[in-house]
Write a protein that binds this ligand. Structure first.
Ligand code: GDP
Ligand code: GDP
Length: 452
């Protein structure tokens, strides 16, 4: 059953871009004649299997600045009237503007749920804007890049309850219907012949399959669902696997594009290595992609049955990991033989640990209590004779853990010091196997209510 979603926000935050992204096709927005109200724009939209109606209540663009406020309140009221949920966009690069605050105040007075979306969050550029967005009092902000399609899985998660609400209302609430927990998206990647299919067959073979390989989360990915200790796991793969599933032929070479897409749809990635050829260039390239895409990583060394000197092989692996993947220090590594099954039972527990780390939220209080002694024992360096002061730190988001550091002379805080902080955070909060992002910015405490 469909529900409706309205997109609101000041001009230029990316509403049309998001509209197009969700509508899945390019609507000719540039053709909109100025002055002609786009008030009635509606389109069927979707993210993966979640269908809804998008209502674009735009019209602010044409407003003279003096009229902006009254237009905004009209827009917000219309949105609330028409939609089950309102997506309130702000521009993460520009940060929270006074007009955004005004809008937030308006939206709070309406009787509709609002999801606060911080757009233009591709890369790391806008992460600080996320911290600020907390201060709008509209709950947890969601990082998105409408233009690059990043953050859509988070948006999916955030919208899912509204679809369910609607279903419930429509079906007059089936009391027995259990709220299924969310499944975890897992990808198993690696060079051809390392044993991915063997692993998958063993994992799936031993568990109750919920759904077979079928068109899943997106048009170009497939997913199989299964239960591991009661937890729903969705194994995602893109075209590469589908081709394999359909025809019994080996893909001779690794398609980087397929691997990249698979990684993008996953939350946690298992990188499978062949025990006899560990961490070749391609393996490292995949590991780096996982890091860049902000996913959790588990390294799985398969074919351990072929190794005659396991201790030596392990040492070699550790050395290479330390040398080549320093940015993800301490990645959980499991060794096993998918052929015999020996050791494979360690894989899923490692995946679940990384998943927990990836989702981890460190409270702001805890974080800053930890930060204070760290800064004392290892203060940031001087810049042009003045000590760089770190004032405050918050976890802007999870998935992956992302921290905003508020400092004097923010641009002067050296990379090396940021790396030091990342490593310290990883150790203290047990964030092994997940990328940790840090952005540094100047300014005041974003949680400070008496900000003006
Ligand atoms: P609207 O006025 O709110 O409908 O905003 P538009 O969708 O027209 O976007 C305004 C500008 O922001 C355009 O130049 C877009 O290309 C750009 N934009 C939209 N989304 C993103 C994004 O996710 N990242 C970046 N960097 N730019 C974006
Ligand atoms: P994929 O291309 O990564 O999916 O690899 P496959 O699962 O098709 O495996 C490639 C080859 O490696 C097959 O001949 C498997 O039987 C073999 N293989 C897979 N796992 C193991 C293992 O743990 N030990 C050994 N010795 N061979 C394995």
């Amino acid at each position: 059953m469909s529900f409706s979603v309205a997109i609101v926000g000041r001009p230029n935050v990316g509403k049309s871009t998001l509209f197009n992204r969700l509508a899945g096709k390019r609507l000719a927005i540039v053709d909109d004649t100025p002055g002609v109200t786009r008030d009635r724009r509606e389109a069927p939209g979707s993210i993966a299997d979640l269908d809804f109606t998008i209502v674009d209540t735009a019209g602010l663009e044409d407003a003279a600045p003096a009229k902006l406020e009254s237009r905004m309140s009209q827009q917000a009221q219309r949105a609330a009237k028409k939609a089950d949920v309102v997506l309130f966009l702000i521009d993460g690069r520009a940060g929270v503007q006074p007009i955004d605050r005004h809008f937030a105040d308006l939206l709070r007075t309406l009787s509709r749920p609002v999801l606060l979306i911080v757009n233009k969050c591709e890369g790391k550029a806008a992460i600080a804007g996320l911290g600020e967005a907390h201060g709008l009092g509209l709950g947890e902000p969601l990082a998105l890049s409408a233009e690059h399609g990043e953050g859509l899985s988070d948006l999916y998660d955030a919208l899912l309850p509204f679809a369910k609400d609607r279903d419930r209302r429509d079906e007059e609430a089936d009391e027995t219907a259990e709220e299924p927990d969310k499944s975890m998206n897992l990808a198993i990647v690696g060079r051809p012949n390392v044993g991915k299919s063997t692993i998958i067959n063993r994992l799936l073979g031993e568990e109750r399959m919920l759904t077979g390989p079928e068109a899943g989360i997106t048009r170009d990915a497939i997913a199989s669902e299964w239960l591991w200790k009661g937890k729903k796991i969705r194994l995602v793969d893109t075209a590469g696997m589908r081709r394999r599933a359909n025809v019994f032929e080996k893909l001779e070479k690794l398609s980087v594009a397929d691997t990249l897409r698979t990684i993008q749809y996953a939350e946690i990635v298992v990188l499978v290595l062949d025990a006899e050829q560990m961490l070749e260039k391609q393996d490292l390239a995949i590991a780096r992609l996982v890091e860049e895409e902000g996913r959790g990583l588990v390294i799985a060394v398969n074919k351990w049955d072929t190794i005659s000197q396991p201790a030596k092989a392990l040492r070699k692996l550790e050395d290479r990991l330390e040398a080549s993947l320093a940015q993800m220090r301490g990645v959980p590594t499991v060794v096993f033989s998918a052929l015999t099954g020996k050791g494979l039972e360690k894989l899923m527990p490692a995946v679940m640990r990384v998943h927990a780390a990836w989702n981890k939220r460190v409270g702001t209080g805890e974080l800053n209590r930890w930060l204070a002694p760290l800064l004392e024992s290892h203060p940031p360096p001087l810049n042009k004779g003045r000590r760089i002061k770190i004032r405050y730190m918050t976890q802007a988001k999870a998935r992956p853990p992302t921290f905003a550091v508020f400092a004097s002379q923010p641009t002067a805080l050296p990379e090396s010091y940021q790396r030091y902080m990342v490593n310290a955070i990883r150790e203290r909060f047990a964030l092994q196997g997940v990328p940790i992002r840090i952005t540094v910015r100047g300014g005041k405490n974003p949680f400070d209510k008496d900000r003006n």
